[in-house]
Ligand binder design. Structure first.
Ligand SMILES: C[S@@+](CC[C@H](N)C(=O)[O-])C[C@H]1O[C@@H](n2cnc3c(N)ncnc32)[C@H](O)[C@@H]1O
Length: 371
């Protein structure tokens, strides 16, 4: 069989692996899907590695991770056996290893864009150079500019697209295009994978010098199977410390009442045990009000336990929780749902296979550098 035929058959096999098995056979460190094309990646703003788990599952091998929060580093060390590098702004891009895919769930930090409107009024194009140095997106873009990974996969909150009347997204997209990437983006709701409404924008970029102007790429279709019911994720006998005190429960009800009267705000969210929850946020540790669990009898509702928060994000029970409750809620509330990352990764792999088969060149990085 010629190399091209082999790769085409590989592509067909990869195309057939769309079916996701929810929570079963969940990605664990070092286990790779059998029918995948090997590729390498770096995990920037790694948090606890939700992105990494999904991309490993699709056949990727992580070469470096970057995360400065020491509690997230602790979890990452426990799960992956390595401590991520610290502040991304202090990392010299050239010190990172060459990689095929850059993953970055960059923080939804308010963007400071230097003088875009002034330059716009002067009729000048804006982009990379308009980003204030020190902006985390600037760090990410600088790494892309110097390392030239053939593929970037970025993730952020849905509001990134509407922030500052769309100007932030305009600059980000323009920046990536100025760096010669073809940009795809889509809002994906995690509710297709786990019982949680969680909309995130995924931005997938292909180096136009490697993949051409029209890379063959599409975002994943929702899996056929429905996610498990929220109820099925709950612990049988959660500690009573997760039940709201009368004081907090009274406060939340009063808060909801006054805000309803004023016609704004949603107040607390009592979860539908048969359905899906609201979005788990990084501030869940404060009062847990966005996802409260009704309890039988006269008991006040309770908040999620950290293990339930992990499950709501699709993290497997075999992954130990090694930080305090507060840090655990923050980490899970910040994370990428690994099942969503995995679904995106399988589509990225198809594009790699498409590129490899049409170019007959098995090494994406080399191709990028030869341009
Ligand atoms: C939205 S979270 C990413 C979560 C991650 N993708 C996951 O699946 O767990 C953003 C992360 O960026 C980290 N971060 C923020 N500023 C940073 C910096 N200057 N250097 C490195 N990491 C940073 C935060 O600590 C946070 O964990």
């Amino acid at each position: 069989m010629s190399q091209k035929d082999f790769l085409l058959s590989l592509l067909q096999r990869v195309s057939g692996t769309n079916q996701l098995s929810l929570f079963e056979g969940f990605p664990r460190n070092g286990t790779h899907a059998a029918n995948s094309i090997p590729f390498t990646f770096v995990d920037l703003f790694s948090g606890i590695g939700g992105f990494r788990l999904g991309f490993e599952r699709a056949g990727g091998r992580c070469l470096a991770s970057v995360e400065w929060d020491r509690y997230a580093q602790r979890t990452y060390k426990e799960w992956f056996g390595e401590v991520p590098l610290g502040d991304i702004r202090k990392i010299r891009p050239a010190d990172l290893p060459d990689h095929d895919v850059m993953l970055a769930g960059f923080p939804c930090q308010p963007f400071s864009i230097a003088g875009v409107s002034k330059k716009k009024s002067l009729g000048r194009a804006h982009g990379f150079k308009d980003l204030t140095q020190g902006t985390l997106f600037y760090s990410l873009a600088s790494i892309a500019e110097i390392k030239r990974p053939p593929i970037l996969v970025l993730e952020n909150v849905r509001n990134l697209l509407s922030h500052d009347k769309g100007r932030t997204w305009e600059v980000i997209q323009k920046t990536l295009q100025d760096l010669d990437y073809v940009v795809f983006h889509k809002i994906i709701d995690g509710a297709d994978y786990v019982p949680q409404h969680r909309e995130r924008v995924f931005i997938v970029c292909f180096d136009h010098h490697v993949f051409g102007d029209r890379p063959q790429f599409g975002f994943p279709k929702p899996p056929d199977r429905k996610p498990p019911k929220f109820q099925s994720l709950l612990e049988r006998e959660p500690d009573s410390k997760y039940t709201l005190s009368n004081h907090l429960w009274d406060y939340l009800q009063e808060y909801a009442r006054t805000h309803k009267e004023k016609g704004n705000g949603f107040g607390f969210g009592l979860a539908d045990l048969e359905g899906q929850t609201r979005t788990l946020s990084a501030r869940y540790y404060k009062d847990g009000s966005e996802i409260l669990i009704p309890q039988s009898g006269k008991r006040n509702p309770r908040r999620l336990t950290p293990r339930e928060a992990a499950r709501l994000m699709g993290f497997d029970d075999s992954l130990p929780i090694v930080v305090s409750d507060t840090q655990a809620y923050r980490q899970f509330g910040n994370a990428v749902i690994p099942l969503v990352a995995e679904a995106v990764a399988h589509e990225v792999v198809k594009t790699i296979a498409w590129q490899v088969s049409r170019s007959g060149n098995g090494c994406l990085i080399k191709t990028a550098k030869e341009k």
